[in-house]
Design a protein around this ligand. Structure first.
Ligand code: ADP
Ligand code: MG
Length: 580
């Protein structure tokens, strides 16, 4: 009994029309999604010459009987929706019934399929949209679709294809996305007759991520504990604090199983990194958001890459919560401690090989984790009230910027200003939770000339500035009268403080992603100024104190702006540097 119906004309026009087939990668997406919808447990994707010569997708799914096989090639033939009300409750990946006919109309196409309950299969040959042959075939249950010579009959489209390498890269990226979304399905991929990967089915996303990107990748991630908030569920993995890369290729955000690109989800993730990641870097993440299909409209983009949320603000806060809760439960790990490469160096682009990229990580001493495990605390703990002592031995100060410590045989370098910035930042964030930062009154108010744009912004954000400790008012239309400044930065010239705060905070208030300015931003700005103004004292006691304070921070390894605070050179690294 056939399962496919033709969509009514009315319904067909309600379905957004659009080109599904842009390039080989989009063909693969449509075919593999069909296999997933058909309940396949094993999917094989083969392609030749970047997919321009041939794409073959084989699955062990439900298969089709002859009438369905023929119907599947008619426009708007779909087994997945019957009437327009169904559009609000779509749970399958495909629903428009236009992929197969579109693909078949621009390629030499063949479909070979056998329904699980039938003994004989069907094969259909189509060329440029015309059915050439239909015959019985003796396939295993499941479906195999071959798409050869994509766009052979539409030279204008063919011209738009990029080189084979580029098309292959898009195609692999696409398969990777589908494979990440479905660890429970085994995937095999062959490129020009060579196996690219063979992924075993697993009920564990971590296994799939490891199989695709190597164990090194997984180490850079922390799990997002399963979160349930107002009808939205989220789970997955996100980069450890301080881990980022310049592109978003490793940021995969799925809504009801479909990967989407949406600033509503990606901006809050970036926002959650403020304070640990330099501008321009994004946290890799694989997150699955599940919600009532009626809460999201996925029929707004021809390739279904974009969606519209009924309650974007809710999604935004769930994304933010997901990142923060992952980090709250993940103690700063030792593997975070940079060796001689800074934490913020972008990751290598994703690769599909199994032999993974892996820069040999130097062994890292357990500074932050168990200070008490180190017996040699004799050189520290000058004051009885000091926190548990750190264990590194102070060597000295290099120039005016760095503190040098020794631990076992490795060398630890602390950048004084960056370390102060991190320490102050964390203090300020917690103080801002309770109220304002401390201010220091000026003996005489200071009057600053400022641009009218800056003055207007200051006028509009007085409360915000007040929270940092700055008390000031616009005066005579052209100047600002400053009565008090943030106490922590009081050694800097008033003008520098005001300019610094306005510069930092204005950018943030202008960003469309935020409803309100987070404390973190205020704290970051003041700590940067305060660290810049702080006097350097080079004594051992101060050095040990700074190290201890730094190590008791929640995220000791980077400044709020993402600069490393410390660098460690391991014995191995030292040895390498002295080897011929
Ligand atoms: P849609 O996925 O939007 O329904 P398609 O054009 O992609 O439209 O596919 C049309 C129909 O063909 C599907 O609804 C499904 O019933 C059937 N079909 C396509 N691919 C497969 C497959 N690999 N296995 C089983 N059925 C399939
Ligand atoms: Mg489909």
């Amino acid at each position: 009994m056939g399962q496919i119906r033709l969509l009514s004309d009315v319904l067909a026009s309600q379905v957004a029309a659009g080109e599904v087939v842009e390039r080989p990668a989009s063909v693969v997406k449509e075919l593999v999604e069909n296999s997933i919808d058909a309940g396949a447990l094993r999917i094989t994707v083969e392609f030749h010459r970047g997919g321009t010569r041939l794409i073959r997708v084989t699955d062990d799914g439900r298969g089709m009987d002859r009438s369905d096989a023929l119907l599947s090639l008619e426009r708007h033939a779909t087994s997945k929706i019957r009437e327009s009300a169904d559009l609000t409750t779509i749970s399958t990946l495909g629903f428009r019934g236009e992929a197969l006919p579109s693909i078949a109309s621009v390629s030499r196409f063949s479909l070979s399929t056998r329904h699980r309950e039938e003994t004989v299969g069907t094969s259909v040959e189509v060329s440029g949209g015309k059915i050439i042959e239909v015959k019985d075939s003796g396939e295993a249950p499941g479906t195999r679709i071959e798409v050869a010579d994509l766009f052979f009959n539409v030279p204008a489209r063919r011209k738009f294809l990029r080189g084979e390498q580029t098309e292959a890269a898009h195609l692999l990226q696409q398969i990777e996305i589908l494979a990440v979304a479905h660890p429970e399905i085994a995937f095999t991929c062959r490129r020009d007759d060579r196996e690219v990967f063979r992924l075993a089915a697993s009920d564990d996303l971590a296994v799939r991520l490891r199989d695709l990107h190597g164990a090194g990748f997984l180490e850079k991630l922390v799990p997002v504990p399963c979160l349930h908030h107002q009808g939205i569920k989220v789970h997955g993995w996100i980069a450890r604090p301080g881990e980022g890369r310049a592109d978003r290729n490793l940021q995969m955000l799925f809504v009801n199983g479909r990967m989407i690109h949406s600033p509503i989800l990606s901006l809050p993730l970036r926002e959650a990194c403020d304070g640990t990641l330099a501008k321009g870097l994004h946290p890799p993440a694989v997150l699955f958001f599940e919600m009532d299909p009626a809460a999201v409209d996925c029929n707004v983009h021809p390739a279904k890459r974009e969606v519209r949320f009924r309650d974007p603000a809710l999604l935004r806060s769930v994304a933010l919560m997901a990142a923060r809760s992952a980090w709250a439960t993940a103690a700063p790990s030792l593997t975070n401690l940079p060796s001689s490469t800074p934490v913020t160096s972008p990751w290598k682009p994703s690769e599909f090989s199994h032999q993974q990229e892996f820069t040999p990580a130097s062994p890292v001493p357990a500074y932050a984790a168990q200070p008490s495990a180190f017996p040699d605390a004799s050189r520290v703990a000058e004051s009885p009230s000091s926190p548990p002592s750190s264990v590194a031995r102070f060597i000295g100060v290099l120039g005016i910027r760095y503190l040098l410590f020794e631990d076992e045989e490795s060398l630890l370098l602390i950048e004084i200003r960056a370390a102060r910035e991190r320490v102050l930042y964390e203090q300020f964030v917690s103080r801002l939770r309770l109220g304002e930062l401390e201010s220091q009154h000026l003996l005489l108010p200071e009057v600053l000339e400022m641009s009218s744009a800056d003055l207007a912004w200051i006028e509009a954000h007085r409360d915000l500035l007040y929270a940092t400790g700055l008390v000031a008012e616009v005066f005579g239309g052209k100047s600002l009268k400053v009565d008090a400044i943030p106490a922590a930065a009081s050694s800097l010239p008033v003008e520098e403080i005001v300019a610094g705060l306005v510069d930092d905070l204005r950018k943030i208030t202008e960003s469309p992603s935020l409803d309100s300015l987070p404390r973190e931003a205020l704290a970051a700005s003041v700590s940067r100024l305060a660290a810049a103004g702080a006097r350097i004292s080079a004594g051992e006691a101060a050095a040990q104190m700074l190290l201890r304070e730094l190590l008791s921070c929640e995220l000791p390894y980077v400044t709020p702006g993402g600069r490393p605070t410390m660098n460690q050179i391991s014995p191995g690294e030292l040895k390498r540097r002295f080897t011929a």
